[in-house]
Design a protein around this ligand. Structure first.
Ligand SMILES: Cc1cc2nc3c(=O)[nH]c(=O)nc-3n(C[C@H](O)[C@H](O)[C@H](O)COP(=O)(O)O)c2cc1C
Length: 163
């Protein structure tokens, strides 16, 4: 199984989880946004993000499983991840999100899009209790707990891939 991780992240939480998953699968974790961008960003930054989005879309075609990660924003997935899920060309997808305490329809909206597009959902998971930028401030014990959850999610992706 060739898997690729694609994510959106503003304050590193989703990125950190994406990188754990990618490492377990010996693959890359690719962002579709620039973390360092402030507000809407400069014209150059917006162009670069378009490029990242399109490169990730193109690259997805070469993999058996695309694992997509999003932060929760006002109880929904990030709008660019919604656009990505509407456009991705692949047969199987696994989803994860990070959130603080109200996940809302973050994952279920994406699951509905996959269903409509007849793309198989392998599994999905919501990593809770993360305030903006909190992952890098966590103590070792709490960080380890996320590491274990991310490893478990990865194992599920592998074991359910062939079902
Ligand atoms: C503008 C904004 C809106 C957010 N909305 C929610 C929300 O509705 N529910 C929730 O539980 N967390 C919410 N959060 C928290 C983020 O989803 C959470 O911190 C996430 O892990 C951030 O991921 P990132 O660091 O990869 O960007 C919000 C954060 C921001 C900045």
């Amino acid at each position: 199984m060739k898997a690729l991780v694609i994510y959106h992240s503003k304050t590193n939480n989703t990125k950190s989880i994406a990188e754990i998953i990618a490492k377990q699968l010996k693959t890359e974790a690719i962002p579709i946004n620039l973390l360092e961008k402030k507000g809407r960003g400069t014209k150059e930054e917006q162009e670069k993000e378009k490029e990242l989005f399109n490169d990730a879309l193109n690259k997805s075609k070469d993999f058996d499983l695309i694992i997509i990660g999003t932060p929760t924003s006002f109880q929904k997935a990030h709008s660019k991840i919604i656009r990505f899920v509407k456009a991705v060309e692949c047969l199987k997808v696994a989803l994860f999100c990070t959130y603080y305490n109200k996940v809302g329809t973050t994952l279920t909206d994406l699951e509905d899009i996959l269903k409509e597009r007849k793309i198989q959902l392998v599994t999905s998971y919501a990593f809770d209790n993360l305030k903006s930028g909190q992952y890098k401030e966590l103590d070792d014990k709490k960080r380890k707990a996320y590491f274990i959850k991310a490893k478990e999610f990865t194992r599920k992706c592998i074991s359910l891939f062939n079902k």
